[in-house]
Design a protein. Sequence first.
Length: 226
Amino acid sequence: MIGIIIPAHDEEQLVASCLHAALSAGRHKGLCGEAVEVLVVLDACSDSTTDIVTRFPVGAISVSVRNVGMARAAGAEYLLARGARWLAFTDADTRVAEDWLFQQLEQQADVVCGTVAVDDWSEYCRFAEPLQKHFRDTYEDADGHRHIHGANLGVCSLAYRAVGGFAPLESSEDVALVNALLAVGAKVAWSAAPRVVTSARRMARAPAGFAAALGIAVGTLSQTAM
């Protein structure tokens, strides 16, 4: 079985499109009918995220930690106990491509680190266009990149268990996991083949996540414009 783990904290605006995409990826013909289970880890949700998730044929567990590393780890342990051989991680503000899982497995690696794309920069108002250009000019979206995103990450269960899984970090839990896997000689595929589209929102869920990085970029752009 293949497991998809999606941590979510107050994602009522985006979680439905995330789940539609994840379920579609689980039905890809290249998986040859292998079972795929989608699990949402509801972390201290106070909006309607939980109600929305219950409308989908997915699993859900609840935690109250406000910690993405702990949420991912809880989801991984749940699906490992159910027999998952491969763990695929994304985020609730992200839409994975229909062939996302298939492309992860096609890399024939212990770990697959994918890239991210953004299709809506409108939250940044007057900085939307320069930020989009900055991202396009500075972000390497090609095989051989060295990006690590929890929104586009896959790991085989044996490798995951070998390093003890995700550390209980509020940010950069994905980086810590991949570094631990590299340290034990795991085969890592730095691939642009598994595609995801993520949000460019201003309000970060993780203190040092993708939204925070975009905020730093906007700060730099605003100083340049002064």
